[in-house]
Design a protein around this ligand. Sequence first.
Ligand code: ATP
Ligand code: MG
Length: 809
Amino acid sequence: DQGSHTELTGDLNPSQRAAVEHAGAPLLVVAGAGSGKTRVLTRRIAYLLAARGAHPGQIMAITFTNKAAAEMRERVSELVGRRSGAMWVSTFHSMCVRVLRREAKTLEMSSNFSIYDADDARRLLTLVARDLDLDAKRYQPRALGAHISNLKNELIDSESAGSHATNDFERRAAEVYVEYQRRLSQANAMDFDDLIMRTVELFQVFPDVAEYYRRRFRHVLVDEYQDTNHAQYTLVRELVGTEPTESGVEPAELCVVGDADQSIYAFRGATIRNIEEFERDFPSARTILLEQNYRSTQTILSAANSVISRNPNRRDKRLWTSEGDGEKVVGYVADNEHDEAAFVAGEIDALVDQGAAQYSDIAVFYRTNNQSRVFEEIFIRLGLPYRVVGGVRFYERKEIRDVLAYLRVLANPDDTVSLRRILNVPKRGIGDRAEACVATHAERERISFVSALRDAVADKVPMLNPRSRKAITAFVELLDGFYELVDSGTEIADILEAVLDRTGYRAELDSSNDPQDASRLENLDELVTVAREFTESAAEAAALAPEPDTDEEPDTDEEPDVPTPEPGSLPAFLERVSLVADADSIPESDGGDEADEADEDDDAGVVTLMTVHTAKGLEYPVVFGTGWEDGVFPHLRALGEPKELAEERRLAYVAITRARERLYVSRALVRTQWGQPSANPASRFLDEIPAELLDWRREAPSSGGSSGGGSPRAATTWGGRPGTGSDSAQSQLASGGMRTTGFKGTRGDWKDTIALKLDAGDRVNHDKYGLGTVVSTEGTGPRATATIDFGGAGTVRLMLIGSVPMVKL
Ligand code: ATP
Ligand code: MG
């Protein structure tokens, strides 16, 4: 009785409804931004359950981030209650982890494998490259890692990589790949790309395993399909199948939604081929186009269409909205990045004062994370509430990684990268030489690093001096003490506390005078809190879990869906944090409709700062697009590279289409980049917005005039918006007044400016120079500089204040 479910389809347009109700053949929904693709996907799940008799255990929905997955699960559980627990809603990575843990035996692996993120992978690659005697400049771990990742995204395994190599670099990288995989497997670890590739392999090599999952998941749904790569596409195809299996299991129903114009992950191997060739990949497929945009005003939509239409080789889409024209796009040319941030802050303040928006309605976008610094500085000074999404990610902080490495070693003693990370952290007198002796011994004897450490204790490692041996013995005893805690079922939070105390990690930070160390301690406390909450919620989930077999489940082999590892266990905790870290580094997708409500509770009254990548799938009433300069957005790297430029333009399209009511675009005449002021020309994307849609609040000085000389602030025209209220920060800024103490607009007063804090030995990643190691730091405050060795790019001295396009690793 499908006709009676109007509560699920009544507020959809005919095309959306067709997509929700479609049954049978694979379905592709292609449509521009804001046309309700994600809404169709969630509704379809609800409809499958309510109208088509599907049960949650038959549904697998793949979203781009864990956050999107959580939101979708929440909505479905409102609909069907506890039974929704049986539904798989996850990212590609989490889904694969689940399958792989369950099927580890088939692949002759141990199910407690570690998941290596990009940083772990880079560490391992550094070791491999060193052992293979590769020239560290020509074969940088990052480049090797990117190449291997590309190969994996194309499902090219280490054995066949050599035959795909076309130049010297690729040939050497193929050798590295082989050794890297050997070490990974020795460490009982997989990197993110392996998760996908091994699952594909599992399905291809073991048809009975593939059939098990196909029998089980009768409905597979994928959001943001334009950002899938070849490996992910293959995974989907293996999962649903294209013809019946030998024992007669029909292909599962597939529904994917996407927009080729929003493909912004080509650098991770994503390919819009997957959308373009969908009908070839799945021959009986049906395609539905959506053409009505429900998100933005016509002005915003026209601006977006005009920009994206400059891209070659794209299918033109007709996107229309029944919303009116709305406000014009506001443009602003700032003297420099501080002035730009002051404009944004002033404008936000004015909008809120007028009641035109709440803080939570507002998002500020930039191209790269390091651009957030200037906004944060001024928001803090003005007392504007904000949060930065992404940015310096919690799980990438050194102290968090150190302590998690202890836990990872406790869960998987073979995890060499983690073990070597903590070997001398905090310092306990196990130097590089001692580490090398142990590593050599491990290689020679073909034993794991941890076994080699135990050999060291038993004095079986040659060349090891007695002092190192003693230090290693103490370390092994320390670890054994932790293993006892794990074995006796100690709570994860308490194990963490023990690690912090017994290793001296906390004491070291406690006794430090560096204010950074105080915040490191806070972060570690936060991690302990995360662990406590994890244990509590696992206990709650266990208490709430449905009795097995109480439901009238259909005949699909509905195992009580016990996820491995055991809920609440240490491996489960580590899996959670690895995958959260993953989601952090991937844009937080979507949500669309109802998602926003959920968000509002969490973030009431907070302006959101994020990169455009992170904004994919989201929407805000007010959007500030900042740094629209050639060399910033589009990114420097894309200038003169047509392909990359096209990707940047899609990114601009994503940025514009996040806005519902008001869009601002701004640029700075001068911006400090790489420690130097540089004058960037206007972004070409600005010119691509039709002039009649733009209301320039402040334009660039005409070429005849003084370019930034004299008093740029005096040249600022804040007008154009009568009735802005004289108490707004905007007008105070305009008159040079101060809202909070110490604020002087764009110049002077660096006192509480946030500087990048670095120490000798820290690893950094610089937008222009790449990876480097801090040799030394000099000076303090506004004069703080660091001398950094960027390998092939040379040794450079950089200022650490202002918008440094560099992150600490
Ligand atoms: P993106 O390409 O940015 O991911 P999308 O195509 O997934 O966008 P949604 O996020 O699903 O679009 O929807 C955009 C907005 O339009 C949401 O606020 C959603 O609630 C609203 N919307 C979608 N369809 C309808 C409809 N039929 N009636 C009213 N509002 C709708
Ligand atoms: Mg969407």
